[in-house]
Design a binder for this molecule. Structure first.
Ligand code: FE2
Ligand code: FE2
Length: 265
């Protein structure tokens, strides 16, 4: 059995546009890049605001293995119940002890590899959460040694906090990556300890927008500073993703590549 594991990471998938783009491009991407395991952030699946089991299922059906979450986790109130119905759905591990769901999961690939995915949320400009660094330590103690790769989605605003986590976990996990800002960063790298890192994967959604939402409404809020409902752009999404190759003997990353598929429509 090969000891290389090809993993595709997708950031925040925004609404109908993001879901539609994954439906049309993900099966080909998985094939073309020989992907064994795929993870996506689902906090914006429901028109930008939260996740439902049904929408998560759309992603599972086209090849996503695990869905992480973020600050929009409970925007769809039913998700408080739904999250416990499928162990491929996780939420940040440093939510309060009262939160339903789990902060990490281990799922198997078709060829029998085990991949652990940990979800964390940042503290800088993000609200009040438990310490993500302490949560990472706690979860890593619980994860059995026989997993073949460990991925960490740090859902956070500040690049500094995300870079800090990248170094904090260097040598202990296969990749630390950021989600939440909806803009991809070109700082993908592999640290000296073998941990791949990227500050933000970027959204899979329409970039003819303000972070996925219609620009007219977003601008009204910014310019007039009056209440305005934000609406997700429904077409024309770009798929932003990052591929890594992990050596399962060491769990270290050997390769990292950003992937971008622009809309045809
Ligand atoms: Fe988001
Ligand atoms: Fe977010």
């Amino acid at each position: 059995m090969s000891n290389n594991l090809n993993i595709l990471i997708i950031g925040d998938v925004l609404g109908k546009a993001g879901r539609r783009a994954l439906r049309s491009h993900l099966p080909d991407l998985l094939d073309e890049h020989h992907i064994d395991f795929c993870v996506a952030n689902g906090e914006n699946l429901a028109s930008g605001f939260g996740t439902t089991l049904k929408l998560a299922d759309e992603l599972f059906r086209v090849g996503v293995n695990v869905i992480t979450n973020g600050n929009h986790c409970w925007d769809q109130r039913n998700f408080l119940k739904e999250i416990d119905e499928d162990d491929r759905l996780i939420r940040p591990a440093n939510f309060s002890k009262y939160a339903p769901g789990h902060g990490w999961t281990i799922q198997a690939t078709r060829n029998g590899f085990k991949v652990a995915v940990i979800n964390l949320i940042g503290q800088a400009f993000m609200g009040t959460w438990d310490c993500p660094f302490e949560a990472a330590d706690r979860v890593l103690e619980e994860i059995p040694d026989d997993v073949d790769a460990i991925l960490v989605d740090l859902h956070a605003e500040a690049t500094s906090e995300k870079m800090g986590m990248g170094w904090y976990l260097d040598g202990r996990v296969s990749m630390v990556y950021g989600t939440h800002t909806h803009v991809p960063t070109c700082d993908e790298t592999i640290h000296s300890g073998g941990t791949a890192f990227q500050s933000d994967i970027g959204m899979t959604g329409s970039y003819n927008s303000v972070i996925g939402m219609k620009k007219e409404g977003a601008l009204r809020r910014m310019v007039q500073r009056l209440p305005q409902r934000l609406e997700a752009v429904e077409r024309g999404a770009t798929v932003c993703a990052t591929k890594i190759i992990v050596d399962t003997d060491t769990k270290q990353a050997q390769y990292i590549e950003r992937i971008c598929v622009r809309p045809r429509e």
